[in-house]
Design a protein around this ligand. Structure first.
Ligand SMILES: Nc1ncnc2c1ncn2[C@@H]1O[C@H](COP(=O)(O)OP(=O)(O)O)[C@@H](O)[C@H]1O
Ligand SMILES: [Mg+2]
Length: 473
């Protein structure tokens, strides 16, 4: 029999926030099917309406159950499954779903059983899976965290691992593993190989919680006979998300390719012919603390076109002014530091550009001299008179400009720098443009252009040098 911990103050605080109906959060049982697993969500909503127990999401009509696991947040029925794969949008409650499952399994397990909890990087595990709003320790503070081991009061332990060090998964042989944001791991395939080979004790189970990415390893897991896949959109958890998050992060993504992936959690295949592949960008991502000293920092600016007010993704990509900062490290690699693109008047994006310039301690602003004018220079100098400005060379076509930059990525020389932020990948919009633009499309994604201006200035490609041949003249 398991001795449940007494309800500590912090648990009570969590209870106020999470369970407005006032259920007992002291025992791990609260994350349970409610009220009756046999009723469908639709029926349940009708029940909810009658009892006033639940809310309904205005946009989707889906039932929102506060403080309790929603249907999709509970592990698959039966015990013939090996992998529970939750492919869901940002803010769906993936982290929470995973940690509540792991917690419950641990409290039901025998002392001596070994579990594993892994995230993209050690910092991600700490900031999100353990101490984030959906994190394990946030909701179950009686679990001890010592170095890289979690210990439940009953003695069950979980090792903490990260997708940045796939070798560390070798040798683990346990019964439960939870993999957080798996599709974003740099060495997802290698880690998976090492981990899955070790899951041979008792009746092993793996929970994978992730926003989707088109990766071979994910596709192969989906195809496994023991995999139970659940898809979910961010909107299903609206009741538990800040209104600000909904209006500022989720809503603007609706109807875009990025939104299809990050909110609705569709697994979008790479666009044929695109210069960049998502896996290539993901594989090169680095944490802020791993950025070396920078020799130069450039802010690339690509002003918005006239299509303001268009609502489709293409129109929108051109209704923003791309503002992207990148730096050249002493290792000759390029570090993409910030995407501060905005939809605004010239005065607004001018201020924004100077803000990034100061924040990133940039040396130069680079923009295109377009339509025969010097629009970007003029706008930026209106805000800061003596800013260092350089015209980017726009004489070449878009493809000829973008290709050398894509080639630098292929050589492994361009890294998108992650800041510790709960919102996730802050370059998602930029990367969406990069991975969906093809040289034969006539539109002009401005974030991507701003990146190209910045990187081309940091690593000049120049026109191919022609050797002077004697006697040609
Ligand atoms: N069923 C639920 N009831 C109450 N709060 C929830 C529920 N599911 C998720 N949450 C909360 O919603 C927020 C977002 O969840 P999180 O797991 O961080 O989302 P994701 O990992 O999908 O981005 C967290 O504060 C989490 O505790
Ligand atoms: Mg999460």
């Amino acid at each position: 029999m398991i001795a449940w911990p007494s309800i500590s103050d912090s648990l009570l605080r969590a209870a106020d926030i999470l369970d407005p109906q006032g259920g007992s959060l002291g025992d791990a049982e609260w994350w349970k099917p409610n009220p009756d697993p046999t009723v469908t969500d639709k029926e349940r909503w009708l029940i909810d309406k009658r009892t006033g127990d639940y809310d309904r999401d205005e946009q989707t009509g889906l039932p929102l159950i506060k403080g309790r696991a929603r249907r999709k947040q509970r592990p698959p029925e039966g015990d013939d499954w090996f992998v529970w794969l939750v492919l869901a949008g940002r803010g769906f409650g993936k982290t929470r779903t995973g940690i509540e499952w792991l917690n419950r399994e641990a409290r039901l397990a025998k002392s001596g059983e070994q579990f594993l909890l892994a995230g993209r990087t050690p910092a991600d595990v700490h900031d999100y899976a353990l101490y984030g709003p959906g994190g394990l320790i946030t909701h179950h503070p009686d679990i001890d965290v010592t170095k890289r081991t979690l210990t439940w009061p009953n003695g069950v332990q979980a090792l903490i691992r990260s997708g940045a060090n796939p070798e560390e998964f070798r040798g683990f042989s346990g019964t439960r593993a939870l993999l957080e944001e798996f599709a974003a791991w740099q060495y997802a395939q290698e880690a998976w190989n090492n981990l899955s080979l070790g899951m041979r004790e008792g009746d092993p189970r793996i929970g994978i919680m992730t926003t989707p990415r088109d990766k071979e390893v994910l596709r192969s897991i989906i195809k496994m006979p023991g995999t139970r896949k659940v898809g979910g959109s961010s909107l299903e958890n609206s009741a538990n998300l800040a209104d600000k998050y909904r209006t500022n992060v989720i809503d603007p993504l609706m109807g875009t390719r990025l939104g299809r992936r990050e909110v609705l959690a569709e697994m979008l295949a790479d666009v044929e012919g695109a210069l960049w592949k998502q896996a290539m960008i993901d594989g090169l991502r680095v944490d802020r603390r791993d950025v070396p000293q920078l020799k130069r920092v450039v802010v690339g600016v690509d002003p918005q076109g006239k299509k303001k007010g268009t609502t489709d993704e293409e129109g929108r990509a051109d209704a923003e002014t791309g503002i992207v900062a990148a730096g050249l490290g002493v290792d000759e690699h390029v570090y993409v530091l910030e995407d501060a693109s905005v939809d605004g008047t010239p005065a607004e994006w001018g201020v924004c550009t100077v803000g990034v310039y100061d924040r990133q301690r940039a040396d130069r602003v680079a923009g295109e001299r377009n339509f025969g004018g010097d629009m970007v220079e003029h706008v930026v100098r209106t805000v800061r008179k003596n800013i260092s400005y350089e015209d980017a060379n726009a004489s070449r076509g878009k493809q000829r400009r973008a290709e050398p930059v894509a080639a630098l990525y292929e050589q492994g020389r361009v890294h998108h720098v992650t800041r510790d932020r709960e919102v996730g990948n802050e370059f998602a919009a930029l990367e969406s443009e990069m991975t969906s633009w093809t040289p034969d499309s006539d539109r002009s994604p401005n974030r991507m252009d701003a990146l190209v201006w910045a990187v081309s200035l940091l690593v000049p490609q120049g026109e191919p040098q022609r050797k002077k041949q004697a006697g040609v003249w």
